[in-house]
Design a protein around this ligand. Sequence first.
Ligand SMILES: Cc1cc2nc3c(=O)[nH]c(=O)nc-3n(C[C@H](O)[C@H](O)[C@H](O)COP(=O)(O)OP(=O)(O)OC[C@H]3O[C@@H](n4cnc5c(N)ncnc54)[C@H](O)[C@@H]3O)c2cc1C
Length: 467
Amino acid sequence: MWDQSVDVLVIGSGFAGLSAAIEASKAGATTIIIDKMHVPGGNSAISGGLLSAAGSPLQEQSGIYDSVSLMVADMLAAGQHLNHPNLARIVAEHSVEALLWTIEELGVQYKDRLSHLGGHSVPRTYNTRTTSGAGIIRPMLACCRKMGIPIRLATYLERFITDPQGAVEGVVVREGYVFPNAESGTEKRIRARRAIILASGGFARDVAFRTIQNPMLSQDIQSTNHPGATAETLKAVLTIGGTPVHLSHIQLGPWSSRDEEGFGVGSMFSMLAGFPYGILVDVFTGKRFVNELADRRLLVDAMLMSGVESIAIVDQSGVREASTLDQCLKRGVVAKYDSIEALAEANHIPADSLQLTIRKYNSFVEKGVDEEYGKPISRDSAPITTPPFYSIRLISKVHYCMGGLLINEDAQVMHIQSQLPVGRLYAAGEITGGIHGASRLGGNSIVECIVFGRIAGQKAALETIRS
Ligand SMILES: Cc1cc2nc3c(=O)[nH]c(=O)nc-3n(C[C@H](O)[C@H](O)[C@H](O)COP(=O)(O)OP(=O)(O)OC[C@H]3O[C@@H](n4cnc5c(N)ncnc54)[C@H](O)[C@@H]3O)c2cc1C
C-alpha cells in the first residue's frame, strides 16, 4: 500500500518546515521534506529577513530595555487581543533562543543595528546582512544537506490518509507536480511512522479562498507573496477535523510601492527608511495622516478608509539603513529631488502645505515627542532638512494570513470536535492561526516560524514509532 516510509514527513520548505526538519532529524528521526514548487523556500526565501526578539544581545549593547511581557503586550495590542495569549507568549519567550539558534547553529549573519518597526514599543528587529530571508533560508538548506535531510521538490501534498482512530498515518502526494496543475505528476503514498508536520504557509495568493474569507480582497488587489501561497493544504486538514481560526484576518502591507509588482525593493525602503525616519503624507493635502510607526492594520485602515493617496518622504540622513535604495532608484520605485519644492511639484502635492507639515514634524523630532500622531521618535532620528530628498508612492498589497490552523503549545493541530490533538499531526508557521490575532507585527513571523517549527520537530520525533 505504501511507496515509502519515513519517521517524520514535513510539508513545506520555508522557515517553519526547515526548522522542524532540522530538529526532528537531530532527535534521531528519519525525516523527509516535500515541497510542491520547483524551488525551495516559499515566502520565506523572498521575505525581508527581519526577525524580532525581546531581550537580545544587540538591545543590551544599545541600552534598549525590553522584555517578554512588553513584546507580548505589543503583539496583543496590534492583534486587538484576539491573539491566543499562551501561543503569543511562547513566541516571545523563545525569541532570543530562536535568534541565537540561527546565529550559532546555522551561521546566519545579521547587521549590527536594530530596526524599529511599526507597532513595536522599542527597536527589537534584527536584519540579515543580505536584507532578505534568503540570508536565513540558505544556511537552513545547507544544514539540511549536511544532515542528509532530503528535500523533494515538485511534490504536492494532495490528501491525508488517517487510521481508524483518526490519527494521520500518511499522505498521497503527486511527484513531478507542475504548479498549479492539480492533475500533474504521479500519485505516490508516503507513510509517516511517527508524525506529519504541516509547514505549507499562508494563502494570500489564493484569490478564490481569500475572497471567501474577506470579499474585499479581490484579484484587483496585488499580493507580495510567492505564487504557491495557496490554500489546498489548509482545506485538506479541515476535511480531517483541523480547527480553523481567524481565517478572515488577512493582512495588507502598507509599505509597498505603486510602481512595481509584489514586495519588490520598495517595501524594505519604506520599512527601513521612509516610515521610521520620514513621514507619510496624503498627496492631495500635503499633510500627515497617521503615526508612521503604527502597526500595519492601523496604517492600512488610515490609507484605505480615508481614501488618501500616500507617499513617504525622507531625506538623506534618513536613508542610511535603506539597503535597497540603489535598486529602488534604478527601477524608478523611489525618486530623488534636490528640494522639497521639486518633490512637491513632481508629485502634485500642495507645496506650502507640505513645507508646513515638514516644519511641524521637524519640531516634534527636536522635542523627541510627536504631538500630532504619537509616533515614537527614535534617538537616531533627525529633522527632515538634508537634501537630497526621496519619495516613494505607496499602495497596500495582500501580505500575510493571520488565520490558519489552531495548534496547542506543543504545535499539535487541534481537532474541531474533541478539541484534543489530531493524532500525530503538527503544524507551524503561516499555516497556523491565532498567534497574531487581528494583525501581525513586522519581524514576528520569522521568529514564530522558527520557534514553533523547532517545537514541532522536537515533539514529532518523540511520537512512538508505528509498527
Ligand atoms: C515578500 C515578503 C516579505 C516578508 N518579510 C518578512 C520579514 O522580513 N519578517 C517576518 O517576520 N516576516 C516576513 N514575511 C512573512 C514571512 O516571510 C512568512 O510568513 C513566512 O516566511 C512563512 O513561512 P512558512 O514556513 O510558514 O511558509 P513558506 O515559507 O511560505 O513555505 C511554505 C512552503 O510550503 C509549500 N507548499 C504549500 N502547499 C503545499 C502542498 N500542498 N504540497 C507541498 N508543498 C506545499 C510552498 O510551496 C512553500 O514552499 C514576509 C512575507 C513576504 C511574502
